[in-house]
Design a protein around this ligand. Structure first.
Ligand SMILES: C[S@@+](CC[C@H](N)C(=O)[O-])C[C@H]1O[C@@H](n2cnc3c(N)ncnc32)[C@H](O)[C@@H]1O
Length: 279
């Protein structure tokens, strides 16, 4: 029987949750590669958001880069971009990116957004990408983002929904591992599907949603992302599910062989993008 923790929900804790995937150099490298992958979709999302010439914008949970570079370009020299992240190493890497890319209008700080009740409504746009899926507090974070935006400003969110994450041909090892990982991941792996409702609950209007799908083949780095997560969450899988370490090894080795076959394709999680306006 599964001993996995209950799926994500908003709880009363005021503590800032630890980033579930850690802040190793490997995670930095993975996130920077993901920035490249998601760049066209993120740019398309920003195309749908009209900003004033001197816009003040926020990338919350920016990680080592997030969309700071895209925002910097959008707001130009008269605008300003703030990147916030609660992880010290991530902010150090974000600072390196800002310097390397000479983003003169970007400032990054190791901070969480203040709670909605203490917010100053100053931003023209508050954005986050792949933050809510990694947190047990998605509603609270969206509320604080909505509160940090001035009336008439925008909130934009990009999150994955694991629903579409499948391999073809299907394989029972994939389904088993994915189900077990979803239970121990810590955030809601279907948060992407909930974005329109969550934005509405945060009091926002003019909600517009779109989605992007990606496909992988053997040799693509994301072909084996599920196996990377199994490695990263090995301790949790062994602690919170009925899997023995031998069973986990056998599952990952079977899946590794299947994903490496020439005709196995992986359809990625759906990247859901939603943006909404503060009345
Ligand atoms: C998956 S990473 C995404 C990074 C970046 N947005 C991107 O798309 O590449 C999530 C980031 O959110 C940060 N984070 C987690 N909880 C946070 C919070 N409450 N406030 C600010 N940052 C947070 C983590 O430290 C991590 O750097």
């Amino acid at each position: 029987m599964s001993k996995a923790p209950a799926p994500v929900r908003d709880v009363g804790s005021t503590a800032v949750a630890e980033y579930l995937l850690g802040s190793s150099s490997a995670e930095r490298e993975r996130l920077l590669a993901q920035c490249e992958l998601l760049r066209p979709a993120s740019a398309a999302l920003l195309d749908t958001i009209p900003l004033p010439p001197d816009a003040d914008v926020l990338d919350l949970g920016c990680g080592p880069l997030g969309i700071l570079d895209l925002l910097s370009e959008r707001v130009g020299p008269t605008g300003s971009v703030t990147g916030l992240d609660t992880d010290r190493r991530m902010i150090g890497w974000a600072r390196e990116s800002v310097t390397e890319l000479a983003l003169g209008n970007v400032e990054v700080r190791q901070e969480a957004l203040p709670p909605a009740t203490a917010a100053e409504a100053r931003y023209d746009l508050a954005h986050c990408r792949l933050l809510l899926i990694n947190t047990p507090l998605p509603r609270r974070i969206l509320d604080s983002m909505a509160a940090a935006v001035r009336p008439g400003g925008w909130v934009a969110v990009q999150e994955f929904d694991w629903a579409t994450w499948q391999c073809d041909p299907p394989h029972p090892a994939w389904s088993r591992l994915k189900d077990l990982l979803a239970g121990v991941f810590g955030g809601d792996v279907h948060i992407g599907a909930r974005l329109p409702g969550l934005l509405c609950e945060a009091g926002l209007t003019d909600i517009q949603v779109t989605a992007h799908a990606y496909y992988w083949q053997p040799g693509d780095r994301y072909q084996t992302l599920l196996l990377s997560f199994a490695h990263l969450f090995r301790d949790r899988l062994l602690r919170h599910t009925a899997l023995t370490s031998e069973e986990l090894d056998s599952l990952t080795s079977t899946l590794h062989d299947h994903l490496g076959r020439p005709h196995t394709t992986v359809r990625e999680s759906l990247l859901v993008q939603a943006r909404a306006r503060k009345p």
